[in-house]
Design a protein around this ligand. Structure first.
Ligand SMILES: Nc1ncnc2c1ncn2[C@@H]1O[C@H](COP(=O)(O)OP(=O)(O)O)[C@@H](O)[C@H]1O
Ligand SMILES: [Mg+2]
Length: 468
């Protein structure tokens, strides 16, 4: 991230007055200073006033908040953190929160709705530092007005979820990420979105299969084909954006399996998921998929429970976010408040005119006939999707030496595509890239190939008798 930033510092009487009131509340509580007795060598003593709270220069103004910085004696932090309601009362605003950031304490004051006159535009956020490296996606600006990008190819990131209630700004954020990928170049984007929000960006040459997958049926075909292609892909960078994930899964349960396989593929596969959802729950997407998505971009949610589910953490007060692109990025051990950059309508329209959206080329499913006769049974998918890891709860954990179904599936797909068995090396590469437990050795690879082919022959009969 560059050091340049948008200049949005609040000066002027409004801010000075509010800072004054904040200090006034501290003064009323007797927190501003204390006296210390100083003893001199000659035996004389003197009382000296020591300041405990001081205003720290200018006020930070983001599109949604004003942030008043204070330098505070750490002894006072516990008390100060409880004083949000008192500050709110003094400032005549509905709420404020007190947060510690390094050696500064901020009193965060929401701006009146509508005061955030102009939204943060994609172009402004982009212009802060136009040299975003391949592998990163633009999100917006953080609270210090620095450009915020998500380095999805970093080992600790890989996949991300965008979560928030309707109107929180999920689709807007996903569009910003997609456009940034297209402008940065060097990557493909696969687009799945029943709400159609990604449509204006779906004509760009970077779009996988040339268009937006929209209906649940199309999404099932597309995501299935992507999952099948894992391990066969040349090592190219591909972002897979899927909006309204729970809705898609509800309509087409196999999508859950496809997403699980894609999420399980690590960064070596070059495939990176960005999933949009109002809630992200293990009961919907499966616990393993949830665990495989370390980055959570969380907008406003309904309550504390939803905030916990979305972020996987207790200390993310996402229920207090304001909507309209007010987000928190939660990663491994870090969280960052940010404002989502929004693509101006004209920019979207220009893009769509330059790269006219078209229908996607729908993939033909290699095993279409076999599955076509299989009625969708949500129950059976539940067990098929969760690649139970050893000790993963539920007591039916997969034995460590067992071959995961995803691997068997990939091997069959290879045989289907090439008409011959894959090499042990190929199996090693596949498992090395997709399994947390690492690559198969020669023995295990042979066993996997044998098992995949045996089961393939007996497999369909097996599923049929199960249903009978
Ligand atoms: N970053 C943003 N800046 C300003 N307004 C936003 C932003 N994101 C969303 N909004 C407002 O919220 C509305 C809903 O956003 P949308 O992305 O469709 O939300 P979601 O997909 O979460 O339902 C938008 O039409 C817009 O008015
Ligand atoms: Mg949406």
């Amino acid at each position: 991230m560059g050091n340049r930033r948008l200049d949005r510092q609040g000066r002027g009487t409004h801010y000075a007055d509010r800072m004054h009131r904040i200090l006034g509340v501290c003064g009323d509580c007797g927190l501003l200073w204390h006296t210390e007795r100083i003893a001199f060598k000659n035996g004389a003593t003197e009382f000296q006033r020591v300041d405990d709270i001081e205003a720290d220069g200018s006020v930070l103004v983001t599109p949604q908040y004003e942030k008043y910085g204070l330098r505070v004696n750490p002894r006072l932090l516990p008390k100060l953190k409880t004083m949000g309601p008192q500050f709110a009362y003094a400032l005549n605003v509905p709420s404020t929160s007190v947060e510690v950031d390094g050696d500064l304490v901020y009193v965060r004051v929401p701006r009146a709705q509508g005061a955030s006159s102009s939204p943060l535009l994609f172009e402004s956020a982009w212009a802060i530092d136009p040299h975003i490296p391949r592998g990163s996606l633009l999100l917006g600006v953080d609270e210090d007005q620095h450009q915020l990008v998500l380095e999805l190819t970093a080992p600790t990131n890989v996949h991300a979820a965008v979560i928030g209630m309707t109107g929180s700004g999920k689709s807007t954020l996903m569009r910003t990420m997609i456009l940034s990928a297209q402008r940065i170049g060097g990557a493909q984007v696969a687009l799945f979105d029943p709400s159609g929000g990604m449509f204006p960006l779906s004509g760009h040459p970077s779009v996988w299969r040339g268009g937006l997958f929209r209906s649940a049926h199309e999404c099932e075909l597309g995501l299935g084909a992507l999952a099948d292609s894992l391990g066969r892909r040349a090592n190219t960078l591909l972002y897979v954006f899927v909006d309204e994930v729970p809705e898609l899964i509800a309509q087409r349960p196999p999508i859950r399996t496809h997403l699980a396989r894609l999420a399980q593929a690590g960064r070596h596969s070059g495939v990176h998921l960005v999933l949009g959802a109002q809630h992200l729950m293990a009961s919907q997407v499966g616990p393993m998929t949830l665990r495989n998505i370390p980055v959570r971009l969380v907008g406003r949610v309904t309550d504390r429970t939803a905030a916990y589910n979305a972020s996987g953490r207790n200390d993310v007060a996402a229920e207090q976010l304001r909507g309209n692109g007010d987000f928190i990025a939660v990663g491994s051990g870090t969280q960052r408040h940010f404002q989502v950059a929004v693509i101006a309508d004209e920019t979207l329209a220009e893009w769509a005119q330059r790269y006219p959206p078209r229908q996607p080329r729908l993939p033909v499913r290699p095993d279409a006939p076999r599955r076509a006769v299989t009625p969708v049974d949500p129950g059976s998918f539940v067990s098929a999707t969760t690649y139970r890891s050893a000790g993963g709860g539920g007591g039916s954990g997969r034995h460590l030496d067992e071959i995961p179904p995803s691997v068997l599936h990939e091997i069959r797909a290879y045989v289907g595509a090439h008409g011959r068995e894959p090499s042990c090396n190929w199996v090693y590469n596949l498992t090395h890239a997709t399994l947390p437990t690492g690559g198969f050795n020669r023995d295990k690879a042979r066993r996997a190939i044998a098992q995949a082919l045996e089961r393939h022959a007996a497999g369909s009969a097996g599923t049929r008798s199960e249903r009978a």
